[in-house]
Design a protein around this ligand. Structure first.
Ligand SMILES: [Zn+2]
Length: 239
């Protein structure tokens, strides 16, 4: 059930089928020269839509903006502060909870360190504040890294490389504009860098040349299956 497309009566009927909601988080962030800025959002939303075809599940409208540090100097990246991100999650969950939702699956397509931590922190705060909710905060990587390794050839592929390019080639091929060179940036250890683009000129981490739509299809199916499992596990979890 895609929340943004439901009517008021459809929402009420949906509550009789499930109290679980999937909230996709993404980013507006450079993804090399060949993938759209909203890649993370598109992927997270797509997984939720497909999962909701297999298990009763509300899918909330995606949160398009995220906290992006290492790409903040690259053209097109629009980053929000971690405090803003945490507030967004808290307000959305509080409102959905007041509407009757109880099980919250937060999947973020953007896996930046500070971004992930702020969502986890906000989730912990919500668990204390709302005693009747259950929450999961995950990335696709958390769910599918083990089995996904059999599909992907590039070691250390993480941003606009083999994985993300394959996924977009599968689900949104019209948004892929050619390819970008293979790249593995190296930032100075421990030193905060002002001009981040200098250390990461192409904005890719991995190898887009290894991407295929077929790999994207297999990866997407794997992540969707893991989300369906997670929904069922969360609904039975004694929090
Ligand atoms: Zn991404």
């Amino acid at each position: 059930m895609i929340l943004e497309e439901l009517t008021m009566p459809e929402f009420e009927e949906g509550l009789m089928r499930t109290r679980s909601v999937y909230i996709p988080f993404g980013s507006v962030e450079e993804h090399g020269a060949h993938l759209p800025l909203s890649t993370d959002t598109i992927l997270a939303y797509e997984v939720g839509k497909k999962a909701s075809q297999q298990v009763p599940l509300f899918v909330a409208p995606p949160v398009h903006y995220g906290n992006c540090r290492s790409t903040s100097c690259h053209p097109g990246t629009i980053s929000i502060r971690t405090a803003t991100l945490a507030s967004l999650l808290k307000d959305i969950v509080r409102s959905l909870q007041s509407q009757g939702l109880r099980n919250f699956i937060v999947l973020t397509g953007h896996a930046g360190g500070a971004h992930r931590l702020s969502l986890q922190d906000a989730g912990e705060d919500l668990m204390s504040e709302l005693p009747d909710i259950r929450m999961a905060v995950v990335t696709e990587y958390d769910l599918a890294a083990g089995e996904g390794r059999e599909i992907i050839e590039t070691a250390g592929d993480s941003h606009a490389g083999e994985i993300e390019t394959s996924r977009i080639l599968h689900s949104h091929p019209h948004l892929v504009k050619g390819s970008s060179p293979e790249e593995y940036p190296s930032f100075p250890a421990g030193i905060l860098v002002r001009d981040k683009r200098r250390y990461w000129p192409g904005g890719v981490w991995g190898n887009p040349a290894k991407a295929t739509a077929e790999k994207g299809k297999r990866l997407e199916e794997l992540v969707v299956a893991k989300v369906v499992e997670l929904v069922k596990a969360l609904e039975e979890f004694d929090a």
